[in-house]
Design a protein around this ligand. Structure first.
Ligand code: MG
Length: 754
């Protein structure tokens, strides 16, 4: 211990007395910092400690305003803490903290790197679909009314050349087929009273014009489907005219459902039922008594009033001059005869009867209904045929708002499911319908058009061909399809012809018509879409749509489900959704992003509205091609147009210029469907996303898989999505993504490619 003390003492003395020639040993400045790098998240608010080891004094400063240090200086070993501002920007950022140490004249510096990652932010969905390769694969069909679509010759009625002139418009809509309203000569503007199945309506053009349309459409990848009316013809058909001229012996009697005793019950064309369900018998004009002396007797004594018609050789009488009597027979060319009261409440007269439409019993010379129970135009429900010498019970019907038509002295009657102007065609016993002459005639006519280049048919009112008798209709349709398909294949086609039926029934019945036809319209669909948009509940949509498709495929492997919103026989879809443009746009997106074959009805793409209560023409309005209404085919609908609707801003010209117009929504989603095979022909499977207003599904074809999400609510909704949303390809409305949360705006829709 003592020895150690002396050694220290000696060193100290030596140091103190070192002398001027010995340099003082100096301690050099030291500086180290740890850690040398700090990382923060965008929302991290805690401070991080930095330890400084130095033998000098030191100061601290940051290079960025968002980096903060809690101490500006220190001495010797010490520490300070660093914090950063939270941020909501997506970008990463970096800066540094500088530590400077000094000791005497010596100085050193050290840098601490500070990094902060960017915030997770909501990013607007901007669709970037693949380029359309020019191959239209969507199988979208446009239902077109020839008479009101486009007029080329200035007569105000649409025509074949008019359609041809607008093929670019239809091509722009991405359609692959047109369903034309009946193109045949017809007694009605809409064409469903066909006069000749093998001819074309001269108002629309010639066969050369039609062929030119077919060729031009085919050049753009657009097929043409004709509307064929197999249930009935028009009364202007030569077949029916022959029957009218010679009801007992016409060679065309077998073409129609004709009877001289219609109350007798079932006929072949009712397929066993005695209750046809729709329609009634009408007298064949000129077939019964039309011109001879007849005695009329009105029995007004009982609670049921009666008329008896008899042949007579009595002298004809002039009208009773006694104006107190108010009982009349009215017939022919405005002939009105006042009857004679021959006893109390018995009225009689003999006249030269001459009428090709029948007669009425009236109780007023001036009023048709006279406000009395038996005023005006009455007859018993049924044929309206009065058998000679048999009292015919008059029935009140005007009071019930039903105009029953005319009374006719007995003769032949024909049946019309859809009224007097549309006599039903008669295919005979359904087990041998293919042998009936009118079956062969309609197939021959269809074959003519197939040979000209027609690609398919839409069959009108197929339920009523055999009066809603399912087995009969199935067999008939199958036979007709096969016969026409044979003609189609013989014309050189490798595929089968497309034929879609109008089996206007609930799905449970409609699906069974696939036993007869490759396709039928799914009438439940449009109502389901408008209902869903109305109650903002998308819960059952995917399951329902899938069940439609699978139910049809279960009937036949080659089934094609034809989906549509509305057609020419319904109030406009815009009416169904309260003229809401947002809902109309989303209906388009729904229709074009699911399975099946979509049909778009003329004017639906423009937001046309209108109801049948104003007349059928008001749901069949002409296309307004430009703001001024030039070439608008108003005459095609008898000038019955809603001028309030057909304003400039609903025109094609105006809507083409507005991004996000209904027309452009149709174009965009149609193009999307044409671009992606998964949309055009893929399989639909439900995506398990939660949300009452969310309809979400996958469309898959081969290796391509898309995720389709619609928010049918009128407010924005957040949806948790497990799939990648990195590749949005379609958008309606607004959508944004934040991590795995999708915010979908009101009535907005989005498609992601997975
Ligand atoms: Mg014209």
């Amino acid at each position: 211990m003592k020895k150690y003390f002396w050694m220290v003492f000696a060193v100290a003395v030596l140091a103190a007395c070192g002398g001027k020639d010995t340099p003082q040993p100096t301690e050099s400045l030291t500086l180290s910092v740890a850690p040398q790098e700090l990382s923060f998240s965008a929302t991290e608010s805690v401070s991080k400690l930095v330890v400084v080891t130095s033998n000098g004094d030191w100061t601290v400063s940051s290079t960025e305003s968002w980096i903060h240090v809690n101490s500006g200086s220190g001495s010797g070993k010490g520490s300070f803490s660093v914090s950063v501002d939270v941020q909501d920007k997506a970008e990463d950022r970096s800066g540094s903290v500088q530590v400077s140490a000094s000791k005497g004249s010596d100085s050193k510096a050290a840098t601490i790197s500070v990094k902060q990652s960017g915030a997770v932010v909501s990013v607007d969905v901007v669709p970037a679909p693949a380029a359309f390769d020019g191959t239209k694969r969507a199988s979208t069909t446009y239902q077109l009314l020839i008479y009101s679509f486009a007029d080329s010759d200035g007569d105000g009625v649409g025509d074949f050349k008019g359609i041809q002139n607008k093929l670019d418009y239809l091509d722009g809509l991405g359609v692959t087929a047109l369903w034309l309203s009946p193109a045949h000569p017809s007694g009605s503007y809409h064409g469903y009273e066909v006069s000749d199945y093998a001819a074309l309506n001269p108002l629309y053009g010639t066969e050369e014009d039609f062929k030119a349309l077919l060729d031009a459409a085919h050049a753009k990848g657009i097929s043409i489907y004709m509307d064929f009316v197999l249930n009935h013809s028009g009364t202007g058909n030569e077949w029916f005219k022959s029957v009218t001229a010679n009801p007992k012996d016409s060679p065309y009697n077998d073409y129609y459902v004709i009877s001289d005793n219609p109350d007798a019950g079932a006929v072949d064309n009712f397929a066993g039922t005695t209750n046809p369900g729709m329609g009634r018998w009408f007298p064949v004009l000129n077939s019964g008594i039309r011109k001879e002396s007849l005695h009329f007797k009105l029995d007004w004594t009982g609670s049921k009033k009666k008329v008896t018609v008899s042949r007579t050789t009595e002298s004809v009488q002039s009208s009773n001059p006694d104006t107190h009597v108010q009982r009349y027979i009215y017939f022919g060319n405005d002939k009105l005869y006042r009857l004679y009261e021959t006893s109390s409440n018995i009225y009689e007269i003999t006249v030269d009867y001459d009428s090709d439409w029948g007669f009425l019993v009236r109780t007023s010379s001036s009023s048709w209904s006279a406000g009395t129970k038996y005023g005006g135009n009455k007859y018993k429900t049924g044929a309206g045929v009065v058998k000679l010498d048999v009292p015919y019970e008059l029935e009140v019907s005007v009071e019930n708002g039903y105009d029953p038509g005319n009374l006719v002295p007995e003769g032949y009657c024909y049946f019309g499911s859809f009224g007097e102007s549309m006599p039903d065609l008669n295919y005979g016993k359904y087990t041998e319908c293919e042998n009936s002459p009118v079956f062969k005639a309609t197939v021959d006519a269809a074959a003519k058009w197939v040979n000209m280049g027609v690609d398919g048919f839409r069959l009108d009112a197929v339920l009523w061909i055999y009066q809603a008798q399912l087995a009969a209709n199935q067999r008939f349709l199958d036979q007709w399809y096969q016969a026409v398909n044979k003609a189609y294949r013989e014309a050189g086609h490798a595929d089968n012809i497309f034929v879609v039926g109008e089996a206007w029934e609930d799905h449970s019945t409609e699906k069974q018509y696939y036993k007869g036809l490759i396709s039928n319209f799914e009438f439940n669909y449009g109502g389901m879409v408008s209902g869903m948009l109305g109650n903002q509940n998308a819960g059952g949509y995917v399951t329902a749509v899938n069940s439609y498709v699978t139910d049809h495929t279960a009937q036949r492997a080659d089934a094609v489900t034809s989906f549509f919103l509305t057609n020419h026989d319904q109030d406009r879809f815009a009416e169904w959704v309260g003229k809401s443009a947002a809902k109309e746009k989303q209906a388009a997106a729904l229709l074009l992003s699911g399975p099946g074959k979509p049909f778009v009805y003329q004017g639906e793409e423009l937001g046309y509205y209108g109801t049948k209560s104003n007349g059928d023409e008001y749901v069949r309005a002409p296309i307004l091609w430009d703001r001024a209404g030039t070439d608008c085919a108003k005459k095609g609908v008898n000038n019955k147009v809603d001028t309030g609707m057909l304003k400039a801003d609903i025109s094609v010209e105006a809507q083409q210029e507005v991004e996000g117009s209904l027309l452009n929504v149709y174009k965009t989603w149609s193009r999307l469907r044409n671009t992606y095979p998964a949309l055009a022909e893929g399989t639909m499977t439900k995506a398990g996303l939660s949300g009452t207003s969310i309809a979400a599904w996958y469309m898959t074809s081969g290796s391509q898989k898309l995720l389709v999400i619609h928010n049918v609510s009128s407010s924005a909704k957040e949806v948790k999505v497990t799939d990648s949303m990195a590749k949005p390809v379609g958008l309606l409305g607004k959508a944004s993504v934040k991590e795995q949360t999708l915010t979908l705006g009101a009535n907005s829709s989005v498609v992601f490619e997975l």
